[in-house]
Design a protein around this ligand. Structure first.
Ligand code: AMP
Length: 940
């Protein structure tokens, strides 16, 4: 230590006696952020030893002790002494080395842990974990050292004892990674939990028996299916059998601490096993499915290893509702769906994250490979998407289909490294040690509940068969499978352990096998804790079985609208609005007094006000939803004085429905999936996801394809999610013009969802209200406008809003004489105003314009009524802004043909087919737009 540094240290009166704690605090602060302490203190701490350049936490009492000793020596003595010549200093040095050793194990012990049941992992040699690296040796084993913050319950230990303890704690069946967490409280809490029991707490006999029973069930189920349905795909859990007792333990512990609902997301691996052995699905139903029988109530259905399931599960703390989410083959996408579902359930339970627990199961290749995982981690602590932490379990069978070479699957040491982005603790655990699995599972749950953060358990196991049972894994993983073939199943290993411990006898273990098999033969539920459902928090029956065109009462009085208009244009005096926003709010006030007609933003906001007024909730997320991408919504006001926010819609009336509006993280895929999960768990809420620009929704294509359009058909799950997709050709280029309407239309069948293109403020008002007031719950895809938000013709009156009807088709609005009409142009969206404007300029009376405001389900009856006025017209045109291969022309043409009078012909007016959605040059855009309007209006 340099003289000046020593002097700084000595000069500080805080060094003595009781104030030693101060040093500790300073050191703590230094570890968190070296810049947070003064230069002189930084130099003192900098001079402490480091390991591999990593700043280590020398434990507090040692620091204190060290400084006390130095203090006792006095400044002159201390300054004149050199470490080599002073025995006290030498022992200080050894003490510090011991503390470094402890920290080395905390940081890197997991790299020497016994994690792989197959013993195939090549572990790097970690020198930090060797005594010699710290200038220590077995000769020091008898020396007594202070162990600082090592939470073993004593202050001192011999080095021999400590070394053994560290190896047991950090290098056994558990590899704990948590030193990347910067929050000291979390770190200390984890150390306390892990070190106090040296990662191996006492396990009671009943617990051991429960673990063996779980393993027996896991193994028994797969063997039974394998024998009965040889070669059929079941995506066996074998190798990862510990998952069954693990999940049951997790649910039981959650129930004990007050959890009421658990939502689980998992891919196909082990799913049938979980369904039968955890959720209590009746095995006879599963066997029927293997034999080809199916439940007719579930539409077109899905393969059995995608099926969801719901049940209740008895725990000492009361029953817990379990919901296993339905999911497609697309790995990891179910996780944000689960989180959305959990958020909805939490909202119903006073936002209490203790009451609802998300558990997501991941594959080792998928968690590292799929970007949606990163998105969910990023969302995990945000206002709009937090669910109080997710317990994430990786079924790490060390192979993804046929890919297992590390250099092919990922670029990180562990498959779980992505979790470090949110500083989640990660517990790697050898799945052949079910007691270790049980320990980390409880630890993970407690961590999640205490800190409301994500936590990861990496269940290191193997896959006994190929990717599915028809696969031959030796073709691609010969060495691994030679090992697996010789490796006893987890049940056998644990049964042997319990027999050796004298906990059970051989015949007891055999009896468990026989009893389980007999239960399967009997076909009844094999989960003792299974209970019929009573704990789920919402009843969907009122929403089932409704047609989209069933009548509903959407009327609202003008007086009511004025009253609500007043509320949503008011804000506290202290809120100073930005000048453009202020003008917009003044305009809105004028709209309420009738001085101005309503624009889009006001009508939309009024719709929300009426919805919360009748007590329904609203949840809206999107990349700029508070303000609106195009500066039209301003549902969230930003006080120019202090940056605080105010949401007038939250102040409509006492006892109103809740409204939450969040600017989302910059993701489409996970956010859309989250909102799908939310909407499938909460039917009474108007749930809206808004894309910044419509085509960005293609970042969430898997959610549209695999969930939103087909979830009801495959799984019978209703979903009333509303998706606002800004769409319209305004010369903004390929990426900001089209919401790819054609994609949504192409997916239309079985009345699976609604595709609407509202063209007036009254229409958006009534469309949004219809979505909530009608009991039908189907997704609503909206091509929402951009320039129409401020178009002088796109305005409505309060009376038009009050009418309470969404017009699926709007007929001619100008006073044309139908008998003079020679051509009828049908269109949707913004191009209508271009057509209207040009026709008025042309003073034409021979072309009528019909607007289709709902393209699917196609409003045949309403269309027929309007078309009847023009039954004499033979010349019908579909006009669109989109290129011919896009928009509605190819996808909806069959509906248009059906709508027009018999014998009439239908032609196309629009852009030519194009690979790109739109041109990049405004001048070309304008030319094209002019031409297509002219084409539509010119009778040849
Ligand atoms: P869960 O709370 O998700 O386990 O659901 C409990 C029960 O409610 C399910 O078994 C279904 O009968 C019903 N249910 C849940 N979600 C939906 C949905 N989105 N559509 C229709 N029924 C649902």
């Amino acid at each position: 230590m340099q003289e000046s540094v020593m002097k700084a240290w000595w000069d500080s009166s805080h060094m003595a006696g009781a104030n030693a704690a101060y040093v500790e605090q300073l050191y703590e602060a230094y570890l968190e952020d070296p810049q947070s302490v003064s230069d002189s203190w930084r130099q003192v701490f900098d001079s402490l030893p480091k390991v591999d350049g990593v700043e280590l936490e020398s434990n507090h009492s040692t620091i204190r002790e060290q400084f006390k000793k130095l203090a006792a020596l006095g400044p002159a003595a201390r300054m004149s002494s050199t470490p080599a010549s002073n025995s006290a200093a030498v022992s200080d040095e050894r003490q510090v080395k011991v503390l470094q050793l402890i920290n080395a194990y905390r940081f890197r012990g997991h790299q020497h842990a016994n994690l792989d049941p197959l013993g195939l992992w090549k572990q790097p040699r970690v020198r930090d974990l060797e005594l010699s690296h710290h200038n220590l040796s077995e000769d020091d084993f008898d020396s007594i050292f202070n162990v600082g913050s090592y939470a073993i319950g004593k202050d001192t230990m011999s080095l021999g004892e400590l070394f053994k303890s560290l190896n047991r704690t950090y290098c056994g069946s558990i590899g704990a990674e948590y030193m990347h967490i910067t929050d000291t409280e979390q770190k200390r809490w984890l150390q306390q939990r892990i070190e106090s029991v040296q990662s191996k707490p006492e396990v009671a006999k009943e617990e051991k028996l429960a673990l063996l029973k779980g393993l027996t069930a896991a193994d028994g189920m797969e063997k039974y299916l394998g024998a009965k349905f040889t070669g059929a795909k079941r995506f066996s859990l074998e190798g990862g059998d510990a998952l069954i007792p693990m999940l049951k333990g997790l649910i039981t512990e959650a129930g004990v601490v007050g959890t009421k609902e658990v939502v689980i997301g998992m891919a196909h691996r082990g799913r049938l096993n979980v369904l039968v052995n955890v959720l209590g699905k009746n095995p006879s139903v599963l066997f029927d499915e293997f034999s080809g029988k199916h439940d007719n109530t579930l539409g077109s259905g899905d393969v059995k290893y995608h099926a969801g399931f719901s049940s209740d599960f008895a725990t000492p703390g009361g029953n817990v509702h379990l919901a296993l989410a339905f999911n497609p083959s697309h790995l990891e996408i179910v996780n944000p769906v689960v989180m959305g579902s959990v958020r909805a359930r939490m909202d119903r339970r006073s936002n209490d994250s203790h009451k609802v627990l998300p558990i997501t199961l991941h594959g080792d290749s998928a968690i590292a490979g799929q970007g949606v995982v990163q998105e969910t981690f990023n969302m995990s602590q945000t206002r709009g998407f937090a669910v109080g932490g997710t317990v994430r379990i990786v079924i790490n069978n060390q192979v993804g289909f046929t890919t297992s070479k590390l250099e092919d699957t990922r670029s990180t040491q562990y498959c779980t490294d992505i979790a470090k982005m949110v500083q989640a603790p990660i517990f790697h655990v050898n799945s052949d040690d079910p007691e270790a699995v049980q320990f980390v599972t409880k630890l993970a749950l407690d961590y999640r509940n205490k800190f409301k953060r994500d936590v990861v358990i990496d269940l290191v196991c193997y896959r006994r068969h190929g990717h599915n049972e028809a696969d031959e894994p030796n073709a691609t993983q010969p060495l691994m499978y030679q090992k697996i073939q010789k490796h006893p199943v987890p049940r056998q290993l644990y049964a042997d352990q319990l027999i050796a411990e004298g906990v059970i006898k051989e015949q007891d273990a055999q009896k468990l096998i026989d009893d389980y098999r007999a239960a399967l033969d009997h076909g009844a539920c094999v989960v003792d804790e299974w209970r019929p459902m009573t704990e789920h928090s919402v009843d969907w029956t009122p929403y089932i079985g409704h047609d989209w065109d069933a009548p509903y009462d959407g009327k609202v009085s003008v007086d009511k609208l004025k009253e609500l208009g007043e509320r949503i244009t008011s804000y506290p005096e202290g809120v100073k609005l930005q000048s453009r926003v202020n003008k917009l709010y003044q305009d809105r006030k004028a709209m309420m007094t009738g001085e101005k007609k309503l624009d889009w933003g006001m009508a939309e906001t009024l719709a929300y006000a009426t919805i919360v007024d009748i007590g329904n909730d609203i949840r809206m997320t999107g990349q700029d939803s508070g303000r609106g991408t195009f500066f039209h919504r301003h549902a969230v006001l930003h006080n120019q004085t202090d940056g605080s926010t105010f949401i007038p819609l939250q102040h409509v009336r006492e006892g109103q429905g809740d409204i939450e509006i969040y600017d989302s993280v910059l993701s489409e895929e996970a956010v859309m999936a989250f909102e799908y999960g939310f909407a499938t768990a909460e039917p009474s809420c108007l749930t809206i996801w808004e894309a910044q620009f419509g085509d960005f929704a293609n970042g969430a294509q898997v959610v549209f394809d695999q969930f939103l359009s087909s979830g009801e058909a495959k799984w019978g799950r209703l979903c009333g999610l509303t998706v606002l997709l800004p769409h319209g050709y305004e010369g903004q280029g390929p990426e900001h013009s089209s919401a790819r309407l054609e994609r949504f239309l192409q997916l239309c069948a079985d009345h699976n969802w609604q595709v609407c293109v509202p063209s007036t403020p009254a229409q958006v008002f009534n469309m949004l209200r219809r979505q909530v007031i009608r009991p039908m719950r189907k997704p609503l895809i909206v091509m929402s406008p951009k320039s129409l938000l401020r178009h002088p013709l796109a305005t409505s009156t309060l009376e038009e809003l009050a009418e309470g009807v969404f017009h699926n088709v709007i007929g001619e609005i100008d006073d044309l004489n139908p008998s003079e009409v020679k051509r009828v142009v049908m269109c949707s969206g913004k191009v209508y105003y271009d057509l209207l404007d040009q026709r008025r300029k042309n003073e034409q009376t021979d072309v009528a314009i019909i607007r289709l405001e709902q393209l699917y389900p196609f409003p045949q009856e309403e269309c027929a009524k309007i078309v009847a006025n023009y039954s004499h017209v033979k010349d019908w045109v579909w006009c669109q802004e989109e290129p011919q291969n896009q928009g509605a022309w190819y996808s909806s043409q069959h509906h248009f043909w059906q709508a027009i009078p018999e014998g009439a012909h239908l032609t196309y007016a629009g852009r030519e087919a194009s690979a790109s959605p739109a041109v990049g040059y405004v001048s070309v855009h304008n030319q094209q737009q002019k031409a297509l309007v002219e084409d539509a209006l010119t009778i040849k």
